[in-house]
Design a protein around this ligand. Structure first.
Ligand code: URA
Length: 237
């Protein structure tokens, strides 16, 4: 792709369009080993080496991050009061990243952050039925009766029952531990499904979305780039 030098630098978060124009005109930008002072100079994003303050910039049209979302941050691109999931992605280059879907403020776990709108659409489209797997701690004894009900779909106050959910009981007790696989993404869906059987989710974490799994070694609040293989298989979901 060929784009203007000022756009290249602004896209990569070096500054606003007018800031990067000033940097270019001051001679702070090299393309190859040549100082370029014209903001409109055309760059080949695949082959040109652009350096700002002696650092290679590198161009990325798409970025993909897997965040292990901590509780206490909101799944938004910006917020006047709260810390957002994007604030946590410190190494991001692009300014057009967004979270793919939402997790509640108190939910932890797997959140994909990208600027790939097509992939986001695919993963969230109700027609695609992409599986989401959640681990939860539930106040109350989760039973086989709940497993059967969830498999049929439960009434969470919408026009229709939820689509079938696969409930696996990991531990049944006063506080139960479960894994639930659902293929929809209704507002507060997991919490509402348990409310429908008179139980309360007290901890919720997403551990899988389609082919993407949250590894246990990624600490809460940390993130990493997706591998090419992960991106490829998500696109096939
Ligand atoms: N279901 C919920 O209730 N909350 C989430 O954050 C995700 C799914």
């Amino acid at each position: 792709m060929r784009i203007r030098l000022d756009k290249y630098l602004a896209d990569m978060g070096i500054g606003t369009r007018s800031e990067v124009k000033r940097y270019i005109q001051k001679g702070m930008v090299l393309v190859g080993d040549e100082t370029i002072k014209k903001p409109e100079h055309k760059i080949n994003t695949d082959s040109d080496a652009v350096c700002f303050q002696n650092q290679l910039v590198g161009y990325e049209t798409e970025e993909y991050y897997l965040l292990n979302k901590p509780a206490g941050v909101v799944s938004a691109t910006s917020d006047k009061k709260e810390r957002t999931v994007l604030d946590l992605i410190e190494s991001k280059k692009r300014k057009d990243l967004f979270p793919v879907g939402r997790l509640d403020k108190d939910t932890e776990g797997l959140l994909l952050i990208t600027n790939d709108g097509d992939l986001c659409h695919r993963l969230l489209s109700p027609k695609k039925h992409v599986d989401k797997v959640y681990y939860a701690k539930v106040d109350g004894r989760v039973t086989e009766a709940d497993v059967i009900l969830f498999a049929k779909g439960v009434d969470i106050g919408e026009k229709e029952l939820t689509k079938p959910g696969q409930l696996v009981i990991r531990k049944s007790g006063d506080i139960s531990e479960i894994e639930l696989t659902i293929c929809e993404g209704k507002f507060h869906q997991v919490k509402r499904m348990f409310e429908a059987v008179q139980k309360k989710v007290i901890y919720l974490k997403r551990i899988r979305m389609g082919s993407l799994t949250l590894e246990e070694t990624l600490p809460v609040g940390e993130y990493r780039k997706l591998t090419q293989e992960e991106i490829r298989s998500l696109k096939e979901c």
